[in-house]
Ligand binder design. Structure first.
Ligand code: SF4
Ligand code: SF4
Length: 459
């Protein structure tokens, strides 16, 4: 379930500002991909992340990443410390799981996930001491293989929201395939400011992480793509990298979805990731800015991924904040640290309003790739009725992938799988721009998701 009804609210806000919705935007005269100008609502921009108190219990999922879940390495009654490995697997596509707290394992149990499925969780009753595990030591890294091992041991997954195991992304058959690192600091989703805070508060770690990736993957150029609505961060990054010719800070015209992988690669390097290709096939490694900063910190300290900074915002939140929370903390506990709700939350989202996932309770534990939790009251959560398509073409003009969402919707309803394939619905990045601009409030992105499933190879 996504958050289409929000697109209407946000578009109305946009119209208040008299900004056109869908159009081709220009970045310093350079033609760029389509998209929309959504209002930014970056209310927490200047709020330095606050570390929340350790909750009474954490619920650490053994499947916080794309790929195979981990097997538990602890059992009920075991004591654990911060940074201790508590879940692992021999599967290639996976990421290790570490304890974010010190305490006692209360249970290994199956719980419902935010996506509606089920996963195994390690439930830990905390002791409040936050004792650090003896396993936590800075890794020794002198070559590519040792770098890969370190990345694997860190438990890092893409922190921009994808949850792709970073070790897998860096594991290349041939280093000659890539020559460029693109660091995604666009943060184009409204409300979310955690990547901005990384640029401002963890600049040293970010540059150290970027240099390590470039060194061990033998990359020549490092592009940091950042929207021009973050002038302080752009100034800081330009100042800190001015003596290093490998770095290129690219200020991109703020528009959504500048952070989409294909979009940011094109905007920063001018390279096109073709249909069916992955970034490395265009010679590029793409990494989220907070992931890179974490890596810089991990190589220095050896502390694996056990905390996450989230933006907690929305009209129902009493005191919006950026919060550093232990992995596995309940959203309910994190919201309570922000003063709780000032009105009944009618709509809650994990992530931003464009691509976030609706959650029906805050009684869910956060996972590694959560970068925000938003909660809105009744006024913002109004549902607008769909009306008939008026063939205005706004959805087509907005689509960064140059798709035809209205035609896809028709083909889906008629169950025309061949037509859906011909319309390339598989290229849809589910950014929501089409739904956002549609004056008929059509649930286009939801239809696209279902259409992709319809034509996916049957298992
Ligand atoms: S069709 Fe897909 S890629 Fe295009 S605007 Fe809609 S959600 Fe985004
Ligand atoms: S689906 Fe919406 S945006 Fe697209 S052509 Fe129809 S009315 Fe216009």
């Amino acid at each position: 379930m996504d958050c289409n009804r929000f697109f209407v609210l946000m578009r109305h806000e946009e119209e208040k500002f008299n900004v056109m919705g869908a159009k081709i935007v220009s970045n310093n005269g350079k033609k760029t991909l389509h998209g929309v100008h959504a209002p930014h609502f970056k209310n927490t921009t200047e709020l330095v992340p606050e570390v929340m108190p350790v909750p009474e219990k954490v619920y650490i999922s053994l499947h916080q990443h794309m790929g195979a879940p981990c097997e538990p390495l602890v059992k009920k009654g075991d004591t654990v410390k911060v940074g201790q490995l508590i879940g692992d697997t021999s599967a290639f596509m996976s990421a290790k799981t570490h304890s974010s707290v010190s305490g006692t394992v209360e249970a290994i149990t199956t719980m419902t996930t935010s996506m509606g499925g089920t996963d195994q969780y390690v439930v830990i009753k905390t002791d409040g001491l936050q004792e650090v595990s003896e396993e936590v030591k800075p890794p020794v890294v002198t070559n590519y293989q040792e770098f890969l091992t370190a990345v694997k041991n860190s438990g890092l997954v893409g922190l921009g929201g994808a949850g792709f195991p970073t070790f897998v992304k860096f594991n290349l058959k041939d280093l000659n395939m890539v020559d460029t690192l693109v660091i995604n600091a666009a943060e184009c989703e409204p409300y979310i400011t955690t990547d901005y805070r990384t640029c401002m508060d963890k600049t040293k770690e970010l540059l150290a992480g970027a240099r390590a990736i470039a060194k061990y993957l033998e990359l020549k150029d490092i592009y940091i793509g950042i929207e021009d609505n973050k002038p302080k961060a752009i100034e800081l990054l330009e100042k800190e990298t001015k003596d290093d010719p490998a770095f290129h800070i690219v200020s991109m015209k703020a528009s959504y979805p500048k952070g989409a992988e294909k979009v940011i690669v094109y905007e920063t390097t001018g390279r096109v990731i073709k249909e069916g290709q992955l970034p490395f096939q265009a010679g590029v490694i793409v990494s989220n800015v907070t992931s890179v900063a974490f890596l810089g910190e991990y190589l220095e300290t050896g502390m694996p991924l056990v905390t996450r900074t989230l933006t907690i915002d929305g009209s129902a939140i009493a005191n919006p904040k950026n919060v550093v929370a232990p992995i596995g903390a309940m959203f309910e506990d994190i919201v309570n640290f922000c003063g709780g709700y000032k009105e009944e939350p009618v709509k809650m989202l994990m992530g931003g309003p464009m691509m976030g996932i609706t959650i029906y309770t805050d009684n869910l534990p956060m996972v590694k790739n959560n970068n925000a939790m938003l909660a809105f009251g009744a006024e913002q959560a109004k549902v607008y009725e769909e009306t008939a398509c008026i063939r205005c073409g706004r959805c087509v003009r907005a689509c960064p992938m140059s798709l035809m969402p209205a035609a896809i919707e028709t083909a889906y309803k008629l169950k025309k799988e061949d037509e859906l394939k011909a319309l390339k619905v598989n290229l849809c990045i589910e950014c929501g721009c089409c739904s956002y601009v549609c004056p008929a409030h059509r649930q286009l992105v939801v239809t696209n998701k279902m259409a992709k499933r319809m034509i996916a190879p049957k298992k």
